[in-house]
Design a protein around this ligand. Structure first.
Ligand code: FAD
Ligand code: DHB
Length: 400
């Protein structure tokens, strides 16, 4: 231990206050297990960062059942269908009919985080913000050392001693690179495009999401509230928002989303950002006393909105495993953590890749590919079995 460090202790040390880290801390607290969260950014930054917005039924159920669903029940917009638009026509996929009455809810990631921060801090939970020089030690299975997280926060140095570390620090965090080289296998594919996302102060022009296949590239209409629209456009992977003045964005959205008799209402754009797209998985998702969850272990392309939901599903596996350990001293569920999560992760990877491949214009695209995509869209919108496959994956597969 560095002699200048203050030594603190918790049963579980969590790196990262995103959906995975905060939800894990919340679920553990409900079971009487103590955790400390170490976050590189400020609370304000975490609560304002514009990201995901669509919650699967299982994510909604978890938020409600764990006691933080009050605002979600009031403000969440529940959807029982989506629209696929191609060749100027619009087809609805009906979740009520095809997904056993399950639906999805539009509720922004920032609000999920605000609700989780409030719950944790009101319950006396310990969260260190603006943490710098975060390092991990004692995770190797064979060395017999106890895990610890070292970091600086508010001008002081800390050593957080714990039994287990949850690496919930996203794709660019320190947890995954702390695992010794060769212990993890990486599976990755990149896409030759990104998404430009905007928030616009205008009521959504459709009461349901519209996924549009178009010769100029993919577009998506979604929303954040009855007054706020969120829209996405396929763009170049290394594009810069500077290339996208507001007028160009609306012009492109108007042509890609066009449909006879339907009007896309424009409004002031209050936020713009570009997200690169890749599919990424590490196996296994655990090493010794370190457990990776969420984007630290896997990334999906955004089509189908699975990133946040997958992060929450991971900690729904990790929390009971830790509960079992503290109740009985057994590592049975902990040892199965990665295997259990990866079964779901790969199904979700498959779905996100399939939605992406069906709807986007690929660089090396050719007439054959475009015909194949249209055949896929025609099939999905005409075969009940194909539509059901989309619907049940979209609302979220059950935890197995
Ligand atoms: P994160 O939310 O990334 O949280 C990780 C946390 O760890 C962050 O707060 C970070 O500051 C912190 N951290 C990082 N490094 C360290 C460190 N060294 N020490 C301490 N803390 C650290 N998904 C969708 O479903 N739909 C979308 O529309 C969508 N849009 C997105 C747009 C963008 C720009 C991005 C980046 C992602 C988007 N996603 C979307 C994905 C979704 O937001 C993520 O899958 C989700 O946030 C994953 O949660 P997480 O808790 O695993 O990781
Ligand atoms: C949203 C994002 C997605 O990637 C998607 O497929 C559906 C909705 C959203 O931000 O609302």
């Amino acid at each position: 231990m560095n002699s200048a460090s203050s030594r603190i202790r918790s049963q579980v040390g969590i790196i990262g206050a995103g959906p995975a880290g905060l939800m894990l801390s919340h679920l553990l607290h409900l079971q009487g297990i103590d955790s400390v969260v170490v976050e590189a950014r400020s609370r304000q930054y975490c609560e304002e960062r514009v990201r995901a917005g669509l919650l699967e039924q299982g994510t909604v159920d978890l938020l409600v059942e764990s006691g933080i669903g009050e605002r979600l029940k009031r403000e969440g917009l529940v959807h029982f269908g989506i629209k696929l638009r191609f060749e100027g026509r619009t087809h609805r996929i009906d979740f009520k009919e095809l997904a056993g009455g399950r639906g999805v809810t539009i509720y922004p990631q920032q609000k999920v985080l605000q609700d989780l921060f409030n719950a944790r801090l009101n319950a006396g939970g310990r969260i260190f913000f603006d943490a710098a020089t975060v390092t991990l030690e004692g995770i190797a299975p064979s060395r017999g050392e106890k895990p610890a997280i070292h970091f600086r926060s508010d001008g002081a140095a800390y050593e957080l001693a714990c039994d287990f570390i949850a690496g919930c620090d996203g794709f660019h965090g320190v947890s995954r690179p702390s695992i010794r080289a060769g212990a993890l296998s990486v599976f990755q594919t990149n896409y030759p495009f990104g998404w430009l996302g905007i928030l616009a102060e205008t009521p959504p022009s459709s009461d349901e999401l519209i996924y549009a296949h178009h010769d100029r590239g993919f577009a998506l209409l979604t929303m954040r509230s009855p007054q706020l629209s969120r829209l996405y456009l396929q763009c170049e992977p290394d594009d810069d928002v500077k290339n996208w003045p507001d007028a160009r964005i609306w012009e492109e959205l108007q042509s890609r989303l066009a449909s006879k008799g339907w009007v896309l209402t424009e409004g002031p754009i209050i936020q713009k950002g570009i997200t690169p797209m890749s599919s990424f998985v590490v196996e296994p998702m655990q090493f010794g006393n370190l457990f990776l969850a969420g984007d630290a272990a896997h990334i999906v392309p955004p089509t189908g909105a699975k990133g946040l939901n997958l992060a929450v599903a991971d900690v729904q596996v990790l929390a009971p495993a830790l509960v079992e350990f503290y109740a009985s001293g057994k590592r049975g569920l902990l040892d199965q953590y990665s295997e259990k999560c990866l079964r779901r992760v790969w199904k979700v990877q498959r779905f996100s890749w399939w939605m992406t491949a069906m709807l986007h214009l690929f660089k090396a695209d050719n007439a054959f590919d475009r015909r194949r995509q249209l055949a896929e869209l025609n099939y999905v919108t005409s075969s009940r079995a194909a539509a059901q496959t989309l619907a049940e994956n979209y609302v979220g597969l059950p935890l197995d």
